[in-house]
Design a protein around this ligand. Sequence first.
Ligand code: NAD
Length: 276
Amino acid sequence: MKTPRTLKMNDGKEIPQLGYGVWQVANDKAAQVVQHAIKTGYRSIDTAAIYQNEEGVGRALAESGVPREEIFITTKLWNSDQGADQALRAIETSLNKLKLADVNLYLIHWPAPHREQYLPSWKALIKIREQGLARSVGVSNFAVAHLQRLIDETGIVPAVNQIELHPWFQQRELRAFHARHGILTESWSPLAQGKMFGNKVLEGIARAHGKSPAQVIIRWHLQSGLVVIPKSETPARIEENFDVFDFELSAAEMAAIDGLDDPKGRIGPNPETATF
Ligand code: NAD
């Protein structure tokens, strides 16, 4: 199977299938690691206002010399900035820090249902897209009920839902909803934050291909049709995580990894009950 390098979103725009995530990267280190990622070949960077490193990411983009049109930038609206007017101000702040005229993708970071602001926020994101400040808009950590409400109330389907997804927590039901509605699934903590590398199934498959468990997991995301944004601050691992286009998992290997799904495999907060 030839791995596509980009996937088409429901608004007709393309997103690189493999990107680089920068959660927990300090602002003063972001420029350096993002530069390394771009030099390695990554063309998609995933940041967020709450990561407090948009400035460093922006510096890396400016210094990289890669034309803006070749780079895909995602940032996210933080929970306390949700709301019709606040969201419009928040994107301006993010763009100023990134030193960009627009981002490729702007996401509502969490539904934060206790705030009761995700619907007005979604309407604001639709406006933000119309104003040309974001080329595509989507959400993150939305459950089926939250997505259904956005669709019912606005008729505009998010381009992407970025959710926790790795072999231990495969989110099959939510992915089936995405597939029915043309929403791309983007996997966060795709490597389960490194907690799965000792797994025997993954180790065995890795050995068979002369690859690392991290590379096997990334390959599983790609062959599953997911957008994937692994993170590392170590130059050799940034390169390793991009070196995944010269091998292919067999149907049996894919099925073996599919079999690792665990109802208790969630690592991060549950978006339906989180109160931040
Ligand atoms: P991840 O699953 O990508 O794991 C990252 C960790 O795995 C690294 O810190 C390192 O310890 C290890 N690692 C990475 N590559 C390795 C390799 N080749 N060999 C050995 N160890 C390796 O975890 P993540 O950072 O939580 O998720 C990736 C990105 O997803 C984030 O940077 C962020 O952009 C995004 N994210 C989004 C949300 C959200 O709410 N939308 C939440 C969490 C993360």
